[in-house]
Design a binder for this molecule. Structure first.
Ligand code: F0G
Length: 357
């Protein structure tokens, strides 16, 4: 039988905090493609740019790498229910893995601020969904409070099992390139993923697989950029709802990662995020959700501001699938709705409309 990818816990068993007693709950996450993006490399003046396409995970985002760990651990410890706060992707993932484990999931989301596709996923997987009158940060406070006082297991990235699972993204990059990239770029909300990639690269250095940790570049939306302003943002505001987070859970971990990797944080304006969202679809062929374009938008901003990327190998994690938040693709640059033309079934007319005749 041909080899089938077995999910990150089985593929990286010896490099994760698991043992033979761990009850593995997997949907086959990880093993996502590293896609060369020559159009983006040319745009930013780099030697090579690759996209780590995390939208290819079972629930369409990188969260699955951490969720397989968090739910496996929860079930191993006898949990009957998991809880999370979410801007959408964590809840979709928690709901799916809880379904696979045969346990209940509870998700707290900011009212009116999560993409429709993600809400549909949580509903489909039968999560108990509560829309909280507040933002993500309020939801996380609430989830922590409930997990501390009631019989529900917290699966947000404040749970170290999540970071542990997500570090496998870095392992895959190193295996594919057979070296570390010079720069690794990510969109940042809670900074759990930023911290997780750093951890993965650091372990690869310690194991002698690579010689150095790439510079870790993290980008936020400028209405929601606590790392750039150096202080929590009370009312975070951006169209990139996945990263609309004012008080990042992994703040200290990420600051340490930036320091040690000689990396940086930056902020990108919403229109620049949307521009890159379109560029990735149209010029690279990879359809991501708007938030996921924030890293690449930051890379372009750096290049335009004078960073010389010549000769550099750069990996950009694109975190979630475009289908989750598809409405953005159906708007043009000015925000006007795009409606495909309606035609008859006559070839001559269609050819004329297409400019073929
Ligand atoms: N990109 C996407 C598509 C996300 O959903 C998230 C986070 C991030 C980037 C940022 O990752 O928080 O580790 O820095 N989404 C979380 C959620 C908050 O609830 O789905 P981070």
């Amino acid at each position: 039988m041909a080899h089938q990818w077995r999910g990150v816990i089985r593929e990286y068993f010896d490099r994760l905090d698991v043992d033979s007693n761990t009850k593995i709950i997997t949907l086959g996450e990880g093993g996502t493609p590293l896609v060369a993006a020559p159009a983006l490399a040319q745009l930013v003046g780099a030697e090579e740019v690759y996209l780590k396409v995390e939208g290819m995970n079972p629930t369409g985002s990188f969260k699955d790498r951490g969720m397989t760990m968090a739910v496996s651990k929860a079930v191993t410890h006898g949990a009957k229910a998991v809880i999370c706060a979410s801007t959408g992707n964590t809840s979709a993932s928690a709901a799916a893995y809880a379904a696979a484990a045969g346990i209940q999931s509870v998700v707290l989301v900011p009212k009116g601020k999560i993409a429709l596709g993600k809400l549909a996923q949580a509903v489909a997987h039968k999560a108990q969904i509560l829309q909280v009158k507040g933002n993500f940060d309020d939801c996380l406070d609430l989830a922590r409070d409930l997990a501390e006082n009631y019989a529900v297991h917290l699966v947000n990235s404040v749970n170290p099992d999540r970071i542990e699972g997500q570090k496998t993204g870095a392992f895959e990059v190193v295996e594919f390139l057979d070296r570390a990239p010079d720069i690794h770029v990510l969109p940042v909300g809670n900074a759990g993923n930023y911290s997780a990639y750093f951890k993965g690269y650091k372990e690869d250095v310690q194991a002698g697989r690579i010689k150095h940790i790439p510079q870790m570049w993290g980008y936020q939306a400028d209405g929601s950029a606590p790392f750039v302003y150096g202080t929590p943002v009370k009312n975070p505001d951006t169209i990139a709802t996945a990263i609309r987070i004012g008080n990042p859970a992994s703040y200290d971990l990420a600051l340490a990662a930036r320091e040690e990797s000689q990396g940086r944080f930056g902020a990108v304006k919403d229109p620049d995020i949307l521009w890159m969202h379109r560029f990735l679809s149209q010029e690279v062929g990879v359809f991501v959700e708007p938030s996921s374009a924030t890293g690449a938008a930051g890379l372009l901003q750096a290049s335009r501001a004078g960073d010389n990327l010549a000769g550099k190998t750069i990996v950009v994690t694109v975190t979630g699938n475009g289908l989750k938040d598809a409405a953005w693709a159906l708007k043009d640059e000015r925000g006007k709705e795009i409606k495909p033309q309606i035609v008859s079934n006559r070839a001559k007319e269609v050819a004329e409309r297409l400019g073929l005749a």
